[in-house]
Each structure stands twice: as C-alpha cells, then as structure tokens.
Design a protein around this ligand. Structure first.
Ligand code: G3P
Ligand code: CA
Length: 262
C-alpha cells in the first residue's frame, strides 16, 4: 500500500513478542510477558489450551514434557497431555527451570492471569493451539474475552485471535464475528487461500520461511494484513521490513526494535 511520502518501510511494522520475549525468558510464562513489556513490544503473542477442569492456560506443545517437569512430578501420566491435568495439578509444575535456573518456580499461567499482567500495555495476539482437541473452547474463550483487560483491548481493536485450524477459526468467526481473526500458515498460502481468507479474517500470518515478496503484496491487495513468524535474525528482519510486512513475530523484540530504529 502507498504509505505516503514520509512513511518508509518499517514505520508501521508491529513488533510482536512470540510467546513473550521467549528468546530470553521461558515461553508462555508471566516472566516472558513481563520481559516483552520491558522490551516495549507492540504486541504479545501466546498459545492457549485448556486444563481438564476447563481453565484456559498458556502452553505451546499439546504435552507438558518439553517445558515443564511433569515427567518427574507425575511419572505415571505419560504422555502428559495438557488437557488431562487439572489447573491444580498444572500449578504444581515448574515451567521455568528448563530454560534456566534463574526461572525456577515459574508457573503455567492462566490466560486471565496473563491478561492482568499485559493489561493494555501491549496489544494481544491469542493463538488457539489445537482447539479441536478442546470441544467448546470457543465459549471459554469468549468468556475470557468478556473480562477486562481483554474486553477493553477488543473495543480498541487491539486484540486478535489466530489459529492454524482454519475450520475452527471459521466456526469461531460465525459465533463471534466481532473478534478480529488471524490465519496461520506453515506452508505458502495459495492465491485461492488468500482470496478465501478475505472477507472474514483480518490477518494472514505465514511462516517467514515459506513466503515470497509477491505474497506480501497479494495479501495486502486482498485487503488483509500480513504478519510473519518467527523471525529472529537481523538479516531476515531487514528483508521482511523491506518487503512491507505489517507485523513481525519474534523471540527477540528488542533486536527487531533496534532494526526498526525505535
Ligand atoms: O504466532 C505465530 C507462531 O506462534 C505460530 O507458530 O508453533 O510458534 O505457535 P508456533
Ligand atoms: Ca504460537
């Protein structure tokens, strides 16, 4: 799009902290959210799943094995699926030590707790991770979004819900059209997919590894915005800024800010 005479590439590029500032603090914890705020990220991303007793919590993998001590705490509960554990059980886990001893005792946060930390100090990018594993999770999400600060963020158009599961996201659009949506792609989105996304989703968010410069133009020509993940080197950041992407999702928001000269 024509950004006007004084607005070069990067002026509007949103700096998005991926799972918080997950390059320097354990992903999807309050520590990485606080770090992202200190890094002055424009927006903070997370990954949302649901406990066995119906509470929305932050976790990327569908099992607890990689980022917690679940194997030690609950040795008989393989394969440690997130949705098999109650919130009380999840609270017993250490979600920080795997990243570094200084984060020992960091807990799995609920979405509501995370929201209270982020407040309205950054925009919110909620990823619903494998939502088809959690029947009815759209209702749980809507209940969460009805509370402050998410309600405020929504009113200000500062909150997006994204997912790789297009069928789930489409159904969620039917149920909750007022919530802005983002479609995640691990493979290069086809012209047909971009055309299909226009009209009901606001963002197309592919892996930066799969796209060409022409895809940026195609998405924007369809009236959509494009955010790319997960971009962690200055060389890649500079190229994508030059291509005019609308948002860059990174584990290192501080590096991106310096690339952007902010
Ligand atoms: O926000 C985009 C990105 O988070 C999608 O991939 O696997 O890191 O959740 P993943
Ligand atoms: Ca994610």
């Amino acid at each position: 799009p024509d950004r006007g005479p004084d607005r070069g590439p990067g002026v509007d590029t949103e700096v998005v902290a991926h799972r918080g500032s997950s390059g320097v603090a354990p992903e999807n914890t309050l520590a990485s959210a606080r770090q992202a705020l200190r890094d002055r990220a424009d927006e903070i991303e997370n990954d949302v799943q649901r406990s066995a007793d119906g509470v929305l919590v932050l976790m990327h993998d569908t099992t607890l094995a990689r980022t917690t001590d679940a194997e030690q705490v609950f040795p008989g509960r393989a394969p440690w699926n997130v949705g098999d554990f109650t919130l009380r059980e999840l609270r017993r886990l250490d979600a920080g030590s795997w990243f570094g001893p200084e984060y020992a005792g960091e807990r799995i946060p609920t979405l509501a707790e995370w929201g209270r930390v982020v407040g309205n100090r950054a925009d919110v990018l909620i990823e619903m991770k494998s939502p088809s594993l959690y029947p009815g999770i759209a209702r749980d999400l809507d209940r969460a979004l009805a509370e402050t600060p998410f309600r405020t963020a929504l009113r200000r158009d500062r909150l997006v819900v994204q997912s790789f599961e297009i069928d789930w996201l489409r159904a969620y659009e039917q149920a909750s059209p007022a919530v802005p949506k983002g479609l995640l792609y691990g493979t290069r989105p086809t012209p047909q997919q971009i055309a299909d996304a226009a009209g009901w989703t606001e963002w197309v968010n592919p892996s930066f590894r799969v796209i060409e410069e022409s895809d940026v133009d195609a998405v924007q020509a369809a009236g959509l915005r494009i955010g790319v993940y997960t971009v962690n080197t200055g060389v890649d950041m500079r190229r994508l800024v030059r291509w005019g992407v609308d948002a860059i999702i990174t584990d290192y928001p501080q590096v991106l800010r310096s690339v952007l000269g902010r």
